[in-house]
Design a protein around this ligand. Structure first.
Ligand code: Y12
Ligand code: CO
Length: 175
């Protein structure tokens, strides 16, 4: 299964993803392929819509102190629902669908969710730190929201200016 990252300003990124009902081999194959794509792209989180599957599934692998992302640390989160949030924090976020742009985004400091694993089993998770931020970033993707949609007016303008500059460079033959 070959996946491609859907990039801004593609309209598919605005779609609301639908609930996963079948926890079958097709889902497992997609999750496995997403993991390969995320690691190959140096990502730490990826939602299915970012690879053109509009289903409520996301994966995360927060690097350890050495920057490693062993398979044991991979989290597969299906049909997540927020149970509780607390506090506020700001972190400089990036997204594989919005390459080369990073900006401060305000999120809840902690989050509790319930979700299903790849077998449809119900789980709960209490997260803080980078994991909490990553969960919120990826759950936004399930509702068609990008981190750039959460920026203040002036920061959004800064993004649009940088985006236009990158497009011009691309046309000239840079990367
Ligand atoms: C904190 C903030 C954001 C998240 C969501 C997950 N975001 C990512 O995984 C972003 C990955 C990313 C990777 C890039 O590629 C390289 O660094 C080689 C990248 O750079 C370019 O596109 C040039 C940008 C973003 C979780 C937690
Ligand atoms: Co993203």
């Amino acid at each position: 299964m070959r996946l491609n990252i859907v990039e801004y300003p593609d309209k598919r990124l605005k779609e609301k993803s639908i609930e996963v009902k079948s926890f079958d081999a097709n889902l497992h194959e997609l999750l496995d392929a997403m993991n390969i794509m995320m690691l190959e792209s140096n990502g730490i989180g990826l939602a299915a819509i970012q690879v053109d599957y509009a289903i409520r599934a996301l994966i995360l692998n927060i690097p350890d102190e050495d920057g490693a992302q062993p398979i044991e640390n991979l989290m597969e989160i299906i049909n997540p629902v927020v149970l509780k949030t607390d506090g506020k924090t700001v972190y400089q976020e990036g997204c594989l669908s919005v390459p080369k742009f990073y900006e401060d985004v305000e999120r809840f400091e902690t989050i509790s969710i319930k979700y299903q694993n790849r077998f449809g089993e119900e789980k709960t998770l209490d997260a803080d730190g980078l994991l909490s931020i990553a969960i919120q970033h990826e759950m936004d993707h399930l509702n068609g929201i990008l981190f750039i949609d959460k920026l203040s007016y002036s920061r959004r303008k800064k993004f649009e200016k940088e985006y236009k500059k990158l497009q011009k460079e691309k046309k000239k033959g840079g990367n």
